[in-house]
Design a protein around this ligand. Structure first.
Ligand code: ATP
Ligand code: MN
Length: 541
């Protein structure tokens, strides 16, 4: 490899010393490389190919999605009594962390390292610096794209707040290392180190960092952390978009008529909201330039396109292909979206949207929630999965993920729900439920809501153009359904009317209400009776 053009950056000797103190014998260290150098190295090393628009196309190997059941938190004095231990927040003892860490350092002997200092949280007062150590250049480019990029004079040298070591080709030995499988993510809040091994799915990197912020910011700074997108109108009015994977956070926040603040992770203190990241990570399956031009045009030189195929005999990405996975992705710095707000900070939101891809076709395409309903649905965190999005799922399956964020929140869901509820009440924020999924029948019979309709409904909600005077409440879920919306046929607004077979509709609504009620049982005591009562009811035939 021709390393002569590699720019080592002002802090290079300091960083080299830092690693020499810890890893005796590494072959080479590439510190703070520019994207063009990382891209060149990736291509030379055979890890990536440039598409016709200049995006670096990579394959993430065995893992093309996150592996939430392989995520651990070191149990120690700091975390034992504060973490909400559950299937995602799995404890691992410090001795295993030490063991794996030693093995990883050993593994790095004679290897090349790519090191990047970056930071998270666009708001100065909450900013944390982060050192990312990778064993391949494309993952280091991901860190460049997704985290905040320090100015040259801000490079952190030795003193970083957190370190993340990401070694996709290092595998744990589950029999002796205290983890479940060969791949793992381990968060150590006392040492301030994140270890990731055995998986090259880059999403693990960003969501591991999100997970630490979901612990640190609420506890130490009284900041509500949220798995949501955010954008702002011309007048600076902010909107938040919560939702689980694939419900439309990235798609809907990237709106030509509104300015993007961030597509996935935000904090909210008393006065403002801020993006934690410096880039976007968009799903690209079936991406069409006409429908999502901003995202389409962002997939250019500097961007990484993951697990996509080319059209035959070309270097043009075939966005319709799910040959490798449905979860094809592109990462790019947020300034690849031309109307992004800089820095990524917004005022107190006026509107909050809970996005759900309801494959049962029961929830209205848009509806207004009361405060109690908002808290109920925030804690529930509902969406549905359909065939193809995950292995082995053929028909609609309900998914409930507390605070739309269960795999990423180390604290109990009610901590976040209480903070959000207080903010909604204090500022009189309007909360809407948006079903970006199916209408007129469940998955198989009904259709997925058109993106242009969803956009029209969201715009109308923000601009106060939904007819809420003549609204109707949903018979079992209780939310208020508008009677008309500019640009959207009225007959699709009310699911009861959109379904041909009414009996089938009521049966399906009851089925879904049953799932909600069952899921909420575990929160009844902590949430309180008012919130429980804001949930759906099963109707008599
Ligand atoms: P993640 O948390 O995994 O990043 P996300 O919430 O950001 O997920 P998106 O990347 O926005 O989800 O994915 C939504 C997908 O659904 C996109 O591929 C989009 O094109 C598609 N889609 C289809 N119809 C709609 C609709 N009515 N509203 C929003 N998205 C839609
Ligand atoms: Mn997204």
């Amino acid at each position: 490899m021709d390393t002569s053009i590699i720019k080592e950056g002002p802090a290079f000797p300091e960083v080299r010393q830092y690693f020499q103190d810890r890893i005796s014998n590494f072959e080479n260290i590439y510190y703070q490389l520019l994207p063009e150098d990382l891209i060149m190295q990736s291509v030379e090393m055979g890890e990536g190919i440039l598409s016709d628009t200049g995006a670096l196309v990579i394959n993430t190997g065995e893992f093309t999605g996150r592996s939430p059941k392989d995520r651990f938190i070191v149990r120690d004095d700091l975390t034992a009594g504060s973490v909400n231990w559950n299937e995602f927040n799995q404890p691992v003892e410090g001795q295993y962390f030490d063991l794996i860490f030693r093995k990883m350092v050993q593994y790095l002997n004679d290897k090349k390292l790519w090191v990047r200092d970056c930071y998270v949280c666009a708001a100065q007062n909450f900013r944390l610096s982060l050192r990312v150590v990778n064993e391949n250049p494309c993952c280091n480019l991901f860190a460049y794209n997704m985290f905040l990029r320090p100015k040259d004079e801000e490079v952190f040298y030795r003193d970083v707040d957190w370190q993340l070591i990401h070694l996709p080709h290092f595998f744990a030995d589950a029999k002796v290392d205290g983890v479940n499988r060969k791949n793992f993510v381990i968060l150590n809040f006392t040492e301030k180190i994140i270890l990731i091994g055995g998986t090259q799915y880059t999403g693990e990197i960003k969501k591991a960092v999100f997970s630490i912020l979901n612990f640190i910011l609420p506890r130490n700074h009284n900041v509500l952390t949220m798995h949501c997108a955010a954008n702002a109108g011309k007048e600076g009015d902010t909107a938040l978009f919560f939702g689980l994977s694939g419900t439309g956070k990235t798609t809907l926040s990237t709106d030509p008529l509104r300015r993007l603040i961030g597509d996935d992770e935000h904090g909210w203190n008393d006065d403002f909201i801020f993006n934690m990241e410096g880039g976007c990570y968009a799903k690209t399956i079936n991406l069409i330039r006409r429908k999502e031009p901003e995202i389409f045009n962002a997939i250019r030189f500097g961007a990484i396109a993951e697990n996509v195929h080319f059209l035959e005999d070309t270097n043009s990405i075939d966005f319709s292909s799910s040959a490798i996975t449905e979860n094809t992705r592109a990462s790019y710095p947020i300034d690849y979206i031309s109307n992004a707000v800089k820095p990524s900070i917004g005022g107190i939101p006026e509107n909050i949207f809970f996005l759900t891809a309801d494959a049962y076709g029961v929830l209205p395409p848009i509806s207004r929630l009361s405060v109690a309903q908002a808290i109920y649905h925030f804690i529930s965190g509902y969406t549905a999965k359909v065939a193809g999005t995950e292995e082995g799922i053929a028909s609609p399956t309900p998914t409930f993920s507390a605070c739309f964020s269960a795999p990423f929140i180390p604290l109990h869901p009610t901590c976040y729900a209480e903070m959000l509820g207080n903010k909604i009440k204090a500022h009189g924020i309007k909360v809407w439920m948006v079903n970006t999924g199916w209408f007129g029948g469940q998955y198989g019979t009904g259709e997925r809501m058109k993106l242009e309709y969803t956009r029209a409904m969201i715009s109308a909600a923000i601009e106060g153009r939904l007819d809420m005077e003549n609204c109707q409440s949903h018979p079992s879920f209780g939310m208020m359904i508008p009677s008309s919306c500019p640009g959207v046929p009225s007959e699709i607004l009310n699911p009861e009317l959109a379904w041909k077979n009414k009996q089938e509709y009521y049966n399906t609504a009851n089925q879904l209400a049953g799932y909600f009620i069952k899921n909420f049982e575990k929160y009844c005591v902590s949430a309180g009776i008012e919130i429980v009562n804001a949930g759906p009811k099963i109707l008599n035939e």
